[in-house]
Design a protein around this ligand. Structure first.
Ligand code: RUQ
Ligand code: CUA
Ligand code: CA
Length: 643
């Protein structure tokens, strides 16, 4: 892919007009109001911008996103599913959706939330029903080794119920979910990339979680808004237990971690600790809050913590007041302009970049200077800010190409701006000739997250940039009141960004990561030994009764279940265990029981179970729901419930 560098530069008049419109919109105060205003102005601007983008793509001479039948993508993408509470797996550059991995919300294909195994992961009430059936996932990030993804795990957040889910990247399944204590609005999430103390641990062992909302601690009916507090949480990457929490001033939005493992940070848009949005916008500056991981863990070890409510998790004090002395401080509040949003770590390991949201700026924070402050060698903490430059209106998130450039979404401008980090630093230092803005491209419309291939790793390769546009408006056929969102793919390999493709997606994916396919080694066939309940031989099948408790053991091998019928008595508490003895890749069977709300699948060599009360007498044809064989329709068994 080569981009056409002979294009006329972007219409600066349009840029000026847009800027004017949006400044007016910003004066209207809320992002929501601004978004509506910009929706209109964006439509007006779009025709002017679109012709510039279209020839780019046409002249690039390749159709990189259209793979021929049988061709495989070169990148995986892991997308959060938003309210559907799942993780979506895409192939890139085609943008084809390959899989949805259910996490927080039941899923009818897999039987997630139906099988005992998935219910155990999701969490149940004392009566055995699911504790939660809604979710709101925003961010997904994967485990690291040596500064690159190692293909072990990915994590995803549920903002509604403060849950973190882990996905095994060998089988693409969720294997653990943890609910964080004493927080609400768990939003930002990021794994660490190394241990802060032990250099031998050059891989992820912790996952950091930021809580956006402040609540009474403990949350037991207190309604004095001035006493609400938020916490920053560390979860163990292996056990998924909560290791510790930090009580903070302000709140947590997005989260970032350094490559050396020493620092984590969260952007704060509510240092005011306001309860209304007017309060949350009252201060001209907010903060990027840094955590000194080694010191926090030393404090926990030394017993310098308290606990909150019924939780046993150690909570250390990260408030302003308790952290005045840099040489003992656990936290450092670097000031950034009004209500920032994303914070992203540059692939060279040097900087965290905060996107201004309500401020048209990006702030570049030098991590070595933050560490100097913690060592007592930097007098003023804010001297760690090495650039604070204007980039456009409504900056939200930043990605990188590994060549020194940053790409930031501009929500209000409906653009991605490409800017050079070193040039921005020079400009900030006084070199007004330093041109840090390299390029701008219009996107359709109102972009939130973006990410580039390998962006948040040391192996950032600067090939593709995906942009999650919150509004698609006129880009797709209308389908009633709710439009699809528009995920766009941009070629960033040349000097100029080139728009390659629009992809409609069901709301609302938020964040995603894109990485080389060879970083994953997926497995297609389970091992029977992974499942304690596995029925290893069809001869072990049968109905086993212990009073009213009945266990039905069955196996599947295309095109038959090992039992052609099984008899129960009305009122039995039945646990049905099904092992798929087929060993062939892709030979999955389903198992549905009419009128009993049961359907799930068993992949090759997988075992799953369901428990239900046989409360309806009659004959029920249990059938295979997953096409497996020419005799798939014949693959059935009778459940006979005697009255
Ligand atoms: S957020 S559009 Cu929930 Cu990741 Cu920034
Ligand atoms: Cu087994 Cu379809
Ligand atoms: Ca604020």
């Amino acid at each position: 892919m080569k981009s056409d560098s002979s294009l006329p530069s972007k219409d600066t008049t349009a840029w000026g007009r847009r800027r004017f419109l949006n400044t007016a919109a910003l004066a209207g105060l809320t992002m929501g109001a601004a978004a509506c205003t910009e929706k209109e102005s964006g439509a007006a601007n779009a025709p002017a911008a679109a012709p510039a983008a279209a020839p780019d793509a046409a002249h690039s001479g390749t159709n990189a996103t259209h793979l021929k039948p049988g061709e495989l993508d070169t990148y995986y993408g892991l997308w959060s599913g938003g309210h559907t509470g799942d993780m979506r797996v895409l192939g890139l550059p085609s943008g084809r959706e390959l899989m949805r991995i259910p996490c927080f919300v039941p899923d009818a294909l897999v039987g997630w939330g139906i099988t005992n195994e998935s219910k155990k992961i999701m969490g149940t009430k004392p009566d055995g029903s699911l504790r939660y059936t809604v979710g709101d996932s925003h961010h997904t990030h994967a485990s690291y080794k040596d500064g690159n993804y190692d293909g072990r795990y990915a994590w995803i957040n549920d903002k509604i119920n403060a849950r973190i889910a882990r996905i095994r990247l060998d089988y693409f399944i969720c294997d653990k979910i943890t609910q964080l204590p004493n927080v609400q609005g768990f939003h930002g999430i990021f794994p660490d990339k190394a241990d802060p103390v032990d250099p031998a641990i050059n891989y992820t062992t912790r996952v950091f979680c930021g809580a956006e909302f402040s609540i009474p601690l403990p949350n037991a009916g207190l309604d004095d808004g001035s006493k609400y507090r938020s916490m920053f949480t560390c979860v163990d990457a292996e056990s998924m237990e909560v290791r510790w929490q930090v009580l903070i001033d302000g709140n947590c939005d997005l989260t970032a971690t350094s490559y050396d493992g020493k620092l984590a940070a969260t952007n704060q848009y509510n240092i005011e600790m306001g309860v209304t949005y007017e309060d949350m916008m009252s201060s001209e500056r907010d903060a990027c809050l840094f955590f000194n991981i080694a010191r926090i863990e030393a404090a926990v070890k030394a017993g310098k913590f308290k606990t909150v409510g019924t939780s046993k998790v150690p909570v250390v004090d990260g408030t302003h007041e308790a952290n005045q002395d840099p040489t003992t401080a656990l936290t450092a509040y670097v000031s950034v302009p009004k209500n920032p949003h994303g914070v992203n770590a540059s692939p060279d390991g040097k900087y965290f970049i905060c996107a201004g949201k309500l401020s048209p700026t990006a702030t570049v924070i030098d991590l070595s200077k933050v560490l100097n402050w913690f060592d007592g060698k930097l007098e003023k903490l804010d001297a760690a800010i090495v650039a604070e430059v204007e980039i456009g209106l409504g900056p939200l998130h930043t990605a990188f190409d590994g060549r020194g450039n940053a790409y930031t979404t501009l929500f209000l401008d409906s653009q991605v701006v490409k800017w050079n980090v070193d040039a921005a630093i020079k400009f900030h230092a006084g070199d007004k000739a330093a041109k840090y803005v390299v390029d701008r491209i219009d996107v359709q419309y109102q972009p939130g997250h973006l990410n580039a291939s390998q962006s948040e790793t040391k192996a950032a390769d600067g090939k593709y940039l995906a942009v999650g546009c919150k509004f698609s408006k006129d880009r797709f056929l209308p389908v009633g009141p709710l439009h699809a969102e528009n995920e766009q793919l941009i070629d960033i390999s040349g000097d100029k960004m080139v728009l390659l493709a629009d992809h409609p997606v069901r709301g609302e994916p938020h964040d995603f990561i894109i990485f080389k396919r060879e970083l994953l080694q997926p497995k297609q066939v389970y091992s029977l030994d992974d499942f304690p309940l596995a029925i290893k031989d069809p001869k072990e099948s049968g109905v086993f009764r212990d009073g009213k408790k009945v266990t039905v053991k069955m196996t599947s091998q295309a095109p038959a279940f090992s039992l052609r019928e099984f008899k129960l008595k009305k009122g039995d508490e039945v646990t049905l265990i099904l092992t798929n003895l087929d060993k062939i890749e892709d030979l999955t069977h389903g198992f549905a029981i009419p009128n009993y709300n049961v359907n799930f699948i068993v992949n090759p060599q997988e075992t799953a179970s369901v428990t239900f009360i046989a409360d309806q007498p009659g004959v029920f044809w249990c059938y295979c729901t997953h096409f497996c064989h020419a005799l798939h329709l014949e693959m059935r068994t009778r459940m006979i419930v005697e009255a």
